[in-house]
Design a binder for this molecule. Sequence first.
Ligand code: TXA
Ligand code: MG
Length: 336
Amino acid sequence: MGRCSWHRHPAGPCGLEAGATTAAVELLREGEVVALPTETVYGLAADALNPLAVAKIFEAKERPRFDPLIVHLPDEQWLERVATVDERSRAQIKKLIAQFWPGPLTLVLARQPIVPEIVTAGLETVAVRMSSDSVFAEIISAFGKPVAAPSANRFGRISPTTAQHVFDELSGRIPLIIDAGPTAHGIESTIIAVLANRIDILRRGPITAEQLSEFGTIHIAAGGGKISAPGQLATHYAPKTPLRLIDNAKTFKPKEKQRVGLLAWNTFAPEERRFAAVRTLSEHQDLLEAAANLFRSLRELDDLDLDLIVAERVPAQRLGAAILDRLERASHGSDN
Ligand code: TXA
Ligand code: MG
């Protein structure tokens, strides 16, 4: 079966041929971890109701146990088996689910005892979502139970948007990576908590504050000083190369002999030789395309052994706010 074998430690990601999805379901049943595509980023999945299986996620990612995982549901019927919906919020939650599920919206709700503590890191709440990715949906519905799935990267690093990214970070540690091509959204799901009419955005993502504002009063908890989701740690999404946010590359001059890579939002003249490498987020300044390209472009620049990456700020509205949030975290800790 060559590269695509689901015996331990395959030599590469598996395409959808050769019964790979069936193998993923079998591995989940056996309490193993598998890397799966979702519509946001690739996830590292295990049976959410099996604490030993979930422990393998933490081991493979080197993720600290205080950081809780998102539980992905096979269907809406599972919602109130893993979570309790507060009566004051029920109407709002129902509307949000009707509008955005399946899709990149994660809800933080009170947890039911069926969810093992290792999943929620001992919190009384659980984060739940339902992915709209067709491969993910096929696998989880065949499995028939919720799966816990964080992004399939080593802890603190950039989330994977291709199966190859997962392979680069986790090969030798997990038995199967399902390759269904680059993910659609390219950034992780929006995380919210709902209390009556109030919607707290804990992590910005593909479902924007503007979209959510039709469903309640928005409060942005993301990006503030207080950490409400541990994944909001300031150093998340860190490339190895120092990264600095700038307004416009036109006015940026690298120091002598400094090899600088540019992550561009604005159109950039290719004859410019100031930059050692340039990646443009979207030729047409389309925020959807920019989000989908963000992590891949960052990884590519990070692999070039540059002295510095400069990233142009994108507009702060709609999806731009979620992109900026990732860039700010990627630049944290770089004093450049
Ligand atoms: O798009 C996504 O959400 C991807 C795909 C794979 O589904 N998953 C993902 O998972 O981004 P992860 O583990 O990389 O990020 C989940 C975030 C973390 O910041 C975690 O702290 C937060 O969700 N989280 C999980 N449970 C929580 C809870 N009960 N309360 C607050 N935050 C929670
Ligand atoms: Mg993550």
